[in-house]
Each structure stands twice: as C-alpha cells, then as structure tokens.
Ligand binder design. Structure first.
Ligand code: PEP
Ligand code: MN
Length: 367
C-alpha cells in the first residue's frame, strides 16, 4: 500500500498537522467569523460538517450543498484550506466540484464496508487527502479495511483519525480512547499520518487539552479540534467545542516532543532503562508460567475430587485481597484488576481444559 507522508500532502505541511473548525457549518457568517478567528491563531486548515450523521432523526442534519458555496467564499476571502466529511458518493462529487481540499470518512461510515467501498469508487482518479476515522466499535480490522479500500482506488494521501470507541464501560470520556488500537494501526502502517480527534473522544471541552497532550506524547502526527465562535450555542456537539482563542492558548501550552534524541547520554541512559525493563518483563513471564503450573495442579486436584473450577466465595476473596495489594504497592487498582481478570480468565480456561481432557491427551502447548 502506498501512503505518502504529510509533507507530500501539500507544500509546507508538516507535523503536527492542526485542523480546527466547527462541528457543523451553520450560517455563512458563523463559518466566516470562526474561520478568520482560527486563522488568527495560526491554523491553516478548517474542518466543517456539511452533512451531519446524527444518531436520531429530527436533529440538525447539516446545511448540505449550500454550505459548500459558503466554503468557496471563505476560501477566497481567507486563503484557508477546508476539510469536510463525506458519507456517500454524491458527497464526494459535490466536495470535489466545490474545490474542497481534504475529505474525511466518519466513524459511522467506517463501520460499513459497503459504504466505504462506494465512497472509494467515487474517489477513483481524485488526488486529494482522505482521512479515515476509526469505526465506532473497537475493531482494528474494520479500520484497516477501510484504509485499504481507499488505497485500492489510487488515493495515496491517506490519514487515520482516532476519535475513540463507543463502550458500555463507564468513563469520563464519551468514547474510550483505547490508545493501543491506533498505536497498533501505526505499527502495521508505519507511514500513515495519525491524527487525534480529542473533541469526539471526550465529548466535553474540559478534556480537550489533556487528550491533545496525550496524543502528542504518543508521537501522533496531528490534531483535529472542534472550534466554534460561540461553542455554547453551537447547533451540534455544543459541549465539546472551544473558541478559537482558547484553541490558540491551548496550542501554545502543548508540549510538542521529538520522537527520539541523538544525545549520547540520553541514548546510554535509555538503553540501560530498557535493559531493566526487558529483564523485569522476563521475570513477569516466568512468574506467569509458575502461576500456570500451580493452576494445572489445582485443575487436576479439583478433577479428582469432582469439584467445580469456579467458586464464588473464593472469587470474592481474591477480588478484595488483590485490590488491597494493588493499593499497598501504589498501583492503580483498576489497571491491576483489568490485568488480573485476563490472568484469571486464562487460568479458568486452562483448568476447564484439564478437567475435560484425559490426562494422557493434555497438550502442554495450549497453556
Ligand atoms: C465529526 O467529525 O463531526 C463527526 C461526526 O465525527 P465522528 O464521525 O467521529 O462521530
Ligand atoms: Mn461533531
């Protein structure tokens, strides 16, 4: 797959790419004023929703084509570039006809390969950057598949936007970031620019800064941030938008870090710390193997005595003691409990296997 780095997307574009603008274009005046104020804080690419995919009908569903004419006017007046969401082939044709500079595919569209394929076909022969948002469900393959579909029609300027994943799990954010998913995407498609959308992750303007800093700390290539001249009265996503001026201050306060350093001391010290980590991880694995051997003995013993694998009372005791140990060791109990559930689940599965497999057929490699 051929994916071009940011610097090839257009002249003078470099990391971090910063995109800001309203969730939706509402009026020509709102779009113009918001764009000018964003330009004043040094941002050159404006985002604006034209067709809004809303969860339920009868909410504001975007202005549609008329707003594309506003975009053309604002572009003429300010020299800014524009990025919009496309969800159907018609959106693609209209966007290209009106000289929109960049497109993105929204999270709801990415979940549907039929939709992505139709959008891709409409893009055949075009030469503009297309960014693909993660699907709303935490499914990396679906995200990768959408990127491949766009690549297969000859688009080479492809970016990935991380906007978080919908979940039943309680969180302070509207969508869970699940950073490991976009980082795995980046590991597999090394050259793809990865852009964080803290607005749709958080759903709340109070968390935009911390999420943006997290993304910069993880070496993301850019940010896309919903910005509105009057956020509280925005027609969509009012709780998560910020003013252009707050955006400006935020960008000034963000720490942009370099991916590595050539400093000799840095290289030596980091090398030593990495050796320590390698050794510690090896010990952690050895302990896990030791634990699994005990689990096997328990499985055999329970099998002999015809006792169930799982005992509710014991599970309750485990939960209390592990929680206390985590706290005593200064570890985050939530993190330790998530990890422990994985370990416990593997133990249960191993014991079930042992209980239901004749002793001479037990396969060591399934541990
Ligand atoms: C948007 O960026 O306005 C949008 C609708 O986002 P998402 O597809 O991430 O929900
Ligand atoms: Mn929005």
């Amino acid at each position: 797959m051929k994916i071009e780095p940011l610097k090839n997307w257009e002249a003078d574009l470099k990391k971090p790419i910063l995109i800001a603008g309203p969730c939706s274009a509402e009026t020509e005046d709102q779009l113009l004023e918001t764009s000018k104020r964003i330009k004043d804080v040094g941002i050159k690419i404006i985002r604006a929703g034209i067709w809004k995919p809303r969860t339920r009908p009868n909410n504001f569903e975007g202005i549609g084509e008329e707003a594309l004419r506003w975009i053309q006017n604002v572009k003429k007046e300010t020299g800014l570039k524009f990025a919009i969401e496309v969800a159907t082939p018609k959106h693609v044709y209209e966007a290209i006809k009106h000289n929109v500079d960049m497109l993105w595919i929204g999270a709801r569209s990415t979940t549907n390969p039929f939709t992505v394929q139709e959008i891709a076909e409409a893009l055949r022969g075009a030469d503009l950057p297309v960014m693909v948002k993660n699907p709303i469900n935490p499914d990396l393959a679906l995200w990768l598949g959408a990127i491949e579909r766009i690549s297969n029609v000859g688009i080479t300027k492809i970016g990935a936007i991380h906007r978080g994943f919908s979940s039943f799990k309680q969180s302070k954010y509207r969508n869970l970031p699940m950073w490991q998913i976009p980082l795995e995407l980046k590991r597999q498609f090394n050259s793809i620019p990865l852009i964080c959308d803290p607005s749709h992750i958080s759903g709340n303007r109070d968390y935009i800064f911390e999420l943006s800093q997290n993304a910069m700390d993880l070496d993301y290539d850019g940010l896309i941030i919903e910005t509105h001249r009057d956020p509280e009265n925005a027609w969509s996503d009012a709780a998560q938008q910020i003013t252009p001026e707050i955006l400006g201050t935020m960008i000034k306060n963000l720490k942009f870090r370099k991916p590595t350093s050539k400093d000799r001391d840095f290289i030596t010290v980091l090398g030593e710390l990495r050796e320590e980590i390698d050794q510690t991880d090896k010990e952690l694995f050895e302990i896990l193997a030791q634990r699994m051997s005990i689990v096997e003995k328990m499985g055999l013993y329970k099998k002999k005595n015809n006792v169930t694998v799982f005992q509710r009372k014991r599970w309750q005791e485990i939960s209390e003691s592990r929680n206390k140990w985590a706290k005593d060791l200064g570890l985050n109990p939530e993190f330790v409990w998530d990890l422990f559930k994985l370990i416990h689940d593997a133990s249960i599965r191993r014991q079930e296997y042992i209980m239901n497999t004749p002793i001479d057929k037990i396969d060591e490699s399934t541990k």
